[in-house]
Ligand binder design. Structure first.
Ligand code: EPZ
Length: 423
């Protein structure tokens, strides 16, 4: 087990390369199951979750090339096993994204229910109800979803009761091979969903309305191989924008695009951090000595993303005034709060809302990562704090951020990884 040690106070100057998006590469990898031909992905980040998804596809029988120079090729020609086992699915919930492709192409699948995670119960009822509307027979058996569609899936008119990224992605992939046309309404519009849809079109899918709340998919008999570059990780970019803006200095984020973060850039501008698109990427600058407080409501895209809530809370902990942060997407996404309080933050939780009263400074402490984005929130706080912070359980961080301490130390942060002493 590793820990990350950070000495606060150093300003950040230089260039940070942004990697391919975790939340795009995972559905893209699942999409390889839709065709017997090779799907070649570029700009693939080196992440624990990517390794888990590769393992899952391989146990289905897909040929998965090793990740080299950001490239990975998956050929799902000889799929011999239609079961996604509990031990893999419970380590990474996105495994449930193999359900749509397997049922659509092979007429059946047995996928472990993912179970909850730290931030919530994370049900998949929207995925299953939509597949039933497309003619699949769904039975829950011993913690597994048994899905059958012996005569194939058929197009359907589906209105999602809630905006769901995963359900939209699963059904997009299923509908691509269904007989007839599927219309999705109240679909998720996250850039990662659009990236998947764009890749499916390259594979021969017929999709209209990409990026909008209503998407129409006309099923085809078969999909073919394709090449696709994974979209840049907007959440990684947003996380570094907050870090650089809070700590000060001049940082450029390479391969990042402000148009992927509409719900964040304008809010940061009002708080006192400017993030401007240039040919080199996103230039970050602090524009106010005293950061202004700001109320935050997490929303589906293009609203303020829930995956940026923890990072924003670290920033607002040092604003000149009080901010209300409402987490409307997940039921338990405030686990970073007690850790920030250990560093001197003044935060009170009341249900889905946290009242953050800005303090003059934070102080380094021993803290614990609890989930992926909370981990980055603590790194932001540690970079700005006085003294040294030790962040434990960094395996949470490694799931979704590639080479984070290298990227930060390359621009002047005092951050390194150490082995945890045996307990
Ligand atoms: C994706 O999770 C992301 N993960 C999450 O990122 C992200 O926070 C989330 O979308 C929202 O943007 C990946 O893309 C791999 P949802 P997903 O289905 O698809 C409820 C990170 O840190 N819901 O959009 O699981 C659900 O409980 C991770 O990178 C149902 O009720 O999220 C939640 O309250 C964390 N029934 C809300 O909808 C369902 O069938 C949104 O969930 C599905 C979801």
């Amino acid at each position: 087990m590793d820990k990350i040690v950070i000495e606060g106070g150093a300003s950040l100057n230089g260039v940070i390369p942004i990697s391919g998006a975790k939340n795009a590469v995972l559905p893209l990898l699942a999409a390889s199951l839709l065709t017997p031909e090779a799907l070649r992905l570029r700009n693939v980040p080196q992440l624990a979750d990517v390794r888990t998804m590769a393992k899952l596809l391989a146990q289905h029988g897909a040929d998965v090339s090793p990740l080299a120079n950001g490239e990975m090729t998956i050929t799902a020609k000889d799929i011999s096993n239609l079961v996604a086992p509990y031990d893999l699915v419970r380590t990474m919930r996105a495994s449930v994204l193999v359900l749509g492709p397997l049922v659509a192409r092979f007429g059946q699948a047995r996928v472990s229910l993912p179970g909850g995670c730290a931030i919530g119960t994370r049900p998949i009822d929207l995925h299953l109800h939509a597949l039933e509307k497309m003619g699949a027979e769904i039975v829950l058996d011993a913690g597994y979803v048994e899905a059958r569609a012996p005569n194939g899936l058929k197009g359907a008119d589906i209105v999602f009761e809630k905006v769901s990224v995963g359900a939209t992605e699963n059904i997009l992939m299923a509908a691509a091979l269904a007989k007839g046309t599927t219309r999705l309404r109240n679909a998720a519009r996250e850039p990662e969903v659009s990236d998947l849809a764009n890749c499916l079109v390259k594979m021969g899918a017929k999709i209209d309305g990409i990026g909008r709340g209503t998407i129409e998919i006309e099923g085809v008999d078969a999909l073919h191989g394709a090449e696709h570059a994974v979209v840049a990780d907007r959440i990684e970019a947003g996380s570094f924008i907050i870090a650089a803006g809070l700590i000060g200095g001049q940082v450029t984020l390479q391969n990042a695009h402000v148009d992927l973060l509409p719900g964040v850039i304008d809010v940061l501008d009002q708080i006192g951090i400017s993030a401007v698109q240039t040919d080199a990427g996103i230039e970050v600058k602090r524009t106010r000595e005293a950061l202004r407080p700001h109320d935050i409501h997490t929303q589906p895209f293009p609203g303020f993303p829930t995956d940026m809530q923890a990072q924003m809370m670290a920033l607002l902990s040092l604003a000149d005034g009080a901010s209300m942060i409402s987490e409307t997407i997940f039921e338990n996404r405030f686990m970073h709060v007690p850790e920030l309080i250990r560093m001197g933050a003044d935060i009170h939780i009341d249900g889905h809302t946290a009242l953050v009263r800005g303090v003059k400074k934070l102080k380094g402490a021993e803290v614990m990562a609890t989930d992926l984005r909370a981990s980055f929130s603590l790194i932001i706080a540690a970079l700005a704090a006085e003294g040294t912070t030790q962040l434990h359980r960094v395996y949470h961080l490694d799931r979704g951020y590639e080479a984070i301490e290298q990227k930060l130390s390359n621009v002047g942060a005092k951050i390194w990884r150490e082995k945890e002493k045996a307990a």
